[in-house]
Design a protein around this ligand. Structure first.
Ligand SMILES: Cc1cc2nc3c(=O)[nH]c(=O)nc-3n(C[C@H](O)[C@H](O)[C@H](O)COP(=O)(O)O)c2cc1C
Length: 228
């Protein structure tokens, strides 16, 4: 079973659909988890999880963390809010510390990263990758990105009349002058971008390969030499 987890507050948004596409491309059974629907709190820093790999905070993340020992891989998706992965993703990855300790099930687990941003999805992806690789020693097999060109200004209500939003600040003068209203076709869909679709497909396949081969397993102690 693959855990397909994402932090977009928009159910059915581009990120969610990309995460599902990636999961389906593995051909494996998967479980979709929408972090935005969960009641979850940030890490308290008590490190009491070290003994039993269990958090003292019994919130909705407890059930999610219980699934990790049975999971063969992870798909982790986040959106870029203000230049970094959104805070929902951060809380989850911070709390994943519950599995950091002795006999960590995370070490060497194959993981695929999916990110969406209006302009810079790679920033959110970079944040996820740092967490997964550098902190928890996942084996990250790849990344699927989509630049949606959708600033929050398209749905805030002020639209073309807003003098302080992204279009007013960043669009070339002529383009902004021609911007009279937000139109439906300005909400891009990843399905219409063949590169984004291919990236999800390939990411799913690379996850399947890693899960099947299990060649990426780092020694549980974290020590030793390994070839990636
Ligand atoms: C509060 C907020 C801040 C945002 N800041 C950025 C940003 O700094 N860079 C960027 O590339 N996209 C930014 N975006 C755009 C989102 O990443 C974009 O809307 C994305 O397409 C959402 O994907 P979803 O529909 O799957 O949730 C921001 C969106 C919101 C709501």
């Amino acid at each position: 079973m693959i855990l397909a987890i994402h932090s977009s507050p928009k159910p059915g948004g581009n990120l969610e659909r990309m995460v599902i596409k990636t999961a389906e491309s593995t051909g494996l059974e998967y479980e979709l988890i929408r972090l935005a629907e969960l009641n979850m709190r940030p890490c308290l820093g008590c490190a009491k999880c070290a003994g039993k790999n269990r958090c003292v905070q019994q919130d909705d993340l407890s059930a999610v963390f219980e699934k990790f020992p049975r999971a063969k891989g992870l798909i982790m998706g986040a959106v870029n809010y203000n230049g970094i992965m959104n805070s929902i993703a951060h809380i989850f990855l911070e709390r994943l510390f519950v599995h950091y300790h002795q006999n960590s099930v995370l070490r060497g687990m194959p993981a695929g990263v999916v990110a969406v941003g209006g302009e810079e999805p790679e920033k959110a992806a970079g944040n996820i990758i740092s967490y997964l690789k550098d902190i928890y020693f996942f084996h990250v097999t790849g990344t699927a990105l989509f630049k949606s060109d959708i600033p929050p200004c398209f749905s805030c209500g002020y639209g073309a009349k807003c003098p302080v939003g992204m279009p007013a600040l960043h669009w070339p003068k002529e383009q902004f002058e021609n911007f009279t209203r937000v139109r439906k076709n300005m909400f891009l869909r990843y399905e219409d971008n063949s590169d984004a679709v291919l990236a999800c497909t390939r990411l799913g396949q690379s996850l399947l390969q890693a899960v099947t081969c299990q060649q990426s397993r780092r020694p549980k102690s974290g020590a030793g030499f390994y070839i990636n």
